[in-house]
Design a protein around this ligand. Sequence first.
Ligand code: SF4
Ligand code: SF4
Length: 404
Amino acid sequence: MPLFSLSMSCNHCVSPACLKNCPAAAYDKDPGTGAVTIDASRCLGCKYCTWACPYDAPRYNAARGVIEKCDFCIERQEKGKTPACVCACPTKALRIGDYDETGETQTIAGFTKSGLRPAIRFKELRKHQQVPETTAPPAKESVARLFESSQHIPEPKIKLRAEWVLLLFTTLAALLVSWLTVMLPTPSAINPYIFLGAGALGLGLSSVHLGKKQRAFRAIFNIKSSWLSREILFFSLFLGLSAAYLLFFPGVPGFGRAAVAIGFISLFCIDRIYQVAMQVGPLNFHSAHTLLNGLYLTGALMGNGLIFGLMGGLKLFLYLYRKLYFKRTGRKIRPLVSFLRLSTGFLVPLILLAVNPGTLINYYGYIIISVIIGEVIDRTEYYDEIDIVTPRKQMLLDLETALP
Ligand code: SF4
Ligand code: SF4
């Protein structure tokens, strides 16, 4: 089998996902050279660009707490020199030239397809370098073993044990928005210090993983295109309006209504942040999406059988559909976890409702606790199931699909 090399540094895309998604507006695109550069003094170390870039180009420097990546040797280019890699490559495998932004995006085996228009061109492999036709292609298992034995399977970028703060924050956000929705007519029933303290805790937790916590304020600098910026802005606004309503103007329902509307927008923004992750199942609509969780919890807290039943039915369908898809495609399923999720989230509330038909109120407390436990399990599974497709992972997926 021939060996061939792919350049896996930054491709200085025409529509760079890193620049679009960075909440701190730390990226720039140089109009002259097309170089996509990062200003480390603006980076807050959230690592979101490492999720957004499908080419795995931005690398987090844990010692500095910021992102680093190829800057196309922009300083050398300003002095009329070629980039260092082009100069140093002993086989002259790299060349720099004009890039036609209107041209077709080139596709090549092993190179992740994206709509970012990466500014790179590949030379076709010469005939004798192309993959030979074989009568006995290697079995999937042997290829997988080869990858495993040579440690080519990369660590997942989204790992539950690393993202537990985000799990807590997103669950808490859904709970607070639904709580305020239900208590809109009777704000005095909410202890404002517990409510606002929980919200502040949520925001604080979401900044624990930042490499540069002192720059957390920069997280809202890219409202124009970053869902992460929008999430932080809208959730902060939700807390601000909630504080105004609960502490100072409980007699002005407009504050409460505005807080609820903005709260639900913030839940929508949370879900959009994860659009850069790989699809989970064919629908790419997860039963643990935060907006769905917020609506389901609202139905449960309100004791509204219609909302509760509709949202619960949708969540149950999405959950079962996904698990069946996993089973069909050989992905890991944890039967005990699924049993716990289904029983706490759906079965127990349904049994309690069957005992007291017509109302959620009698067993209100038990139903709510059971539903919340079910939601936490589902959201935990969410972080366990989603991941980012890197070029290495894409190659493995392509191989698995191509092989018989
Ligand atoms: S390759 Fe990645 S880091 Fe480089 S410009 Fe494209 S999206 Fe940004
Ligand atoms: S602020 Fe976040 S997204 Fe922006 S460059 Fe730094 S780590 Fe990447």
